[in-house]
Design a protein around this ligand. Sequence first.
Ligand code: F6R
Length: 630
Amino acid sequence: MCGIVGYVGPSSQLADERGTAAGHDALDVLVEGLRRLEYRGYDSAGVAVISDGTVGFRKKAGKLLNLEQELGEHPLPRSTTGIGHTRWATHGGPSDLNAHPHVVDGGRLAVIHNGIIENFAEIKRELVEKGHEFLSETDTEVAAVLLADTYNDLGDQDLTAAMQVACRRLEGAFTLLAVHVDHPGRVVAARRNSPLVLGLGEGENFLGSDVSGFIDYTRSAVELGQDQVVSITADAYEITDFHGNPAEGKPFEVLWDAAAAEKGGFPSFMEKEINEQPMAVEQTLMGRTDPDGNLVLDELKIDESVLRSVDKIVVVACGTAAYAGQVARYAIEHWCRIPTEVELAHEFRYRDPIVNERTLVVALSQSGETMDTLMAVRHAQEQGAKVVAICNTNGSTIPREADAALYTHAGPEIAVASTKAFLAQITAAYLLGLYLAQLRGNKYKDEIAGILAELETMPAKIQQVIDAQGAVKDLAQSMKDAASVLFLGRHVGFPVALEGALKLKEIAYIHAEGFAAGELKHGPIALIEEGQPVFVIVPSPRGRDSLHAKVVSNIQEIRARGAVTIVIAEEGDESVADYANHVFRVPQSPTLLQPLLTTVPLQIFACELATAKGYDVDQPRNLAKSVTVE
Ligand code: F6R
């Protein structure tokens, strides 16, 4: 998830002809837009402007501040046309070289990109065969060289047509913006499965990943549709599909202020990130299969013979990431038949764990900087274990030190309480489990394809749960004075219960506990008294009926003792209705994948309840996003 901004203002000649003031300096618009979009990514930033028949560009690893310093030391000329990018690395770590824009074709064309181009390796091979050279490890440079190659092959100096043709070759998710020395007053852009909005000013036009990229200049916007190309000049824009047919965007007026615009109109980053979960899961799944339907995890650079000889997996992580690890254990053990342990990273090394060359340690971390997890990684490596990091932050310490990294593509998570990263971590861990099962022959190809097909349906199902959030929010509002809330689950529902309780503790400051439902009768049932709210995560009745029946009995037991039961159950599961004070439905899915759905109402509940209590859900007291001390 990167931030993208584009600008075309009037040339001084055009301004003179109209008798209007000159437009802005493109660089000012771009840097201001990037500042507002920095929440979308801050690994590196870059700008390109067209001036005097050349592309001038600057790019720098790190936050926008580094780019601004670079621009201070090495200024770019005043310009009416430019593009800017703030990056959240996917292909290729965060470095000056991998930063955007990618300037190709002897410095004539500059391109920026948001998204993941799934077939970049295949296109790169073809372009290398044609004699093109590449400087970076990014999929973006492949798109840029493809665009330049197409432009030159077409030979009619039509950048828009070249963009249409090039986009027809690309698979995956992308927003692309391009400027070319042949077209000093034009930015050409395209989108598929990745956001792009057009801003309409007075004699100047803008492009942005979202309206916050240009909200200081105009509130009049046009949302681009799927598979559309847009070409903007200072006083016009033209939208087509990828085949050059005229197309239309959706005009709208921006009603938010600048601060709300960064949050996409949501009141908090947490709520925005909850709503981004379908995208987080979809992007984490993207580009993981080859044309024969085999699962490929390119980043997993550990020798296959080592992965085949693994006889134990240990997942190390903290907090929410550790609960993702607990979900992963059920799936990995079931699919791969490899004994799997999950351990809080800070406990792991002090217990003198038994790990060796045949142990695969999986370190789960959104930030990639959690010191406890990093120390566990180092300890495991000292004992000879190989470490795979599942991480959301490209180039952070844990994936750099690990033997291999599998990145989640949730985009930056700003709210301290983790939501979309949790679902993305679970998704990536499923992919790892399926990959090991494929490699070691534990599952047949069609079985793996079947599970992958189920996984691909999950983003739409998560969206369904989000769409039904009104009822969850109403309940949260009505429970804002609750003193304590309990959460019960079995099997994969158990870590979901723990996560539901953690969310409530950390942002609503309410006492909350998650229990394995089977543990009730061994103690926690003593907590149940009249009016005690208890969430129960009910497994699917299809396939694992004994598990389901046990949880239904647990609901009866607590209901009989006065609990207010709030049940999360699959659509069509009527067996819970008689014992539930409230039921929230999730779409049907295989049991092992259910946490991607059942977690969502618990996140919404915690967020709404904390908001109702007047708390800042993005920055809860005493907590930090990245815990870099032990
Ligand atoms: C809870 C939360 C924390 C983190 C934990 C690990 O909402 O965000 O429990 O999950 O501090 O952080 P990462 O994943 O960055 O290692």
